[in-house]
Ligand binder design. Structure first.
Ligand code: TRP
Length: 338
């Protein structure tokens, strides 16, 4: 039996190169050795995009297209839409009783997000509670492995607390603890040299970008402002072009010789950028071509099948949870109701 792994993305826009190195590549690898579930977390996305529901709804199929284009195989990975499995919301309700408000307010990731979104005094209750709903996602599928970035560690910790508390209070062992699987790759910097490539900062290269846009974004990349003349010695550290070459160019020898040349002086940004452009065009062309032949009907069909499968698993866990609490009224004595 393969171990269950669950991951998810908030659908709030197309995926970019940061996602490719941060999660997509490892999902493509993992789908062979794990029973992998990949969730479009649209319910979670709505906890802060509730005023832009169209953006969330439109992004669901875009993100699925990105998944398939990079090689996630729906025969091996179960791709599903969170909002179409109300069992997840129902589980969330039972878990809410097990978590204090103070505990939610202490979550460092949520705290940072609240500050970033400038909610001020009026934090939506749904936003504060999304880690509970995430615990429902994780436990519904009895996921043992949750591949995530470091910022998600508090969610998994909370999920495990809920599991232990639930099992203790309701004298059961139906819920299983899970372990985070931190991705080995470092996060990708934005093309502007900011800490992280992200769609909200508008500093990312998207998997669906056209060849012209890719070229423009490479041209605009932050390098070393002190490197004015070709003969000037340049700085490699913090230089976005080198960061991207490190992440996407497979010829390490060439990279180290370029770094050496650049730091000594004598290597211009234009040459480097042209090399990176070639590398990225070669990487993204097949992804874009695969994406282009996916139509809406096929994408919907794929996530319909995945969602149906995921729903039956979540239903089973919800049944066990309600039985443990003792509110499985009609399940036990259906005959009595006729
Ligand atoms: N919070 C995750 C993110 O922002 C998305 C997510 C929702 C998730 N539910 C999940 C990740 C369950 C792993 C497991 O990226």
């Amino acid at each position: 039996m393969k171990k269950v792994a669950l991951t998810g993305d908030r659908p709030t826009g197309n995926l970019h190169l940061g996602h490719l190195v941060g999660s997509l590549r490892s999902r493509v690898e993992m789908q062979n050795s794990f029973d992998q579930y990949i969730m479009l977390a649209d319910v979670q996305a709505l906890t802060d995009y509730f005023e832009k529901p169209q953006k969330v709804a439109d992004s669901v199929l875009e993100v699925i297209a990105d998944y398939l284009a990079v090689g996630i195989n729906p025969e091996l990975s179960t791709i599903f839409i969170q909002s179409q499995i109300p069992e997840l919301s129902e589980l969330t309700m039972y878990y809410m009783n097990l978590v204090s408000l103070g505990r939610l307010e202490r979550n460092p990731t949520v705290k940072a997000e609240i500050a970033q979104r400038k909610f001020g005094e009026s934090v939506p209750a749904g936003f504060l509670c999304y880690p509970i709903s995430q615990a429902a996602d994780i436990t519904a599928f009895k996921a043992e492995i949750v591949p995530v970035g470091e910022d998600q560690l508090p969610m998994i910790e909370l999920s495990n607390e809920i599991v232990r508390k639930f099992n203790r209070i309701y004298c059961t062992n139906c819920l299983k603890e899970s372990a985070a699987h931190l991705s080995k790759t470092t996060r990708l910097v934005g093309i502007d040299g900011k800490a992280k490539a992200s769609k909200s900062l508008n500093n990312a290269i998207f998997l669906s970008d056209s060849p012209e846009i890719i070229k423009q974004k490479v041209q605009a990349m932050y390098t070393d402002p002190g490197h004015v003349k070709i003969s000037d010695p340049g700085t490699v550290e913090g230089n976005v072009v080198f960061a991207y070459l490190g992440a996407f160019h497979d010829n390490e020898e060439e990279i180290s010789s370029l770094k050496k040349k650049y730091s000594q002086g004598g290597l211009g940004d234009a040459v480097l950028k042209s090399l990176l452009n070639d590398v990225l065009q070669k990487l993204l062309q097949p992804i874009r071509e695969k994406r282009a032949i996916l139509n809406r009907k096929d994408l919907l069909e794929i996530c319909f099948v995945g969602t149906k499968k995921a729903k039956s698993v979540a239903q089973k866990t919800l049944f066990e949870v309600k039985s443990a609490i003792g509110i499985d009224f009609f399940a036990k004595n259906l005959g009595d109701c006729k």
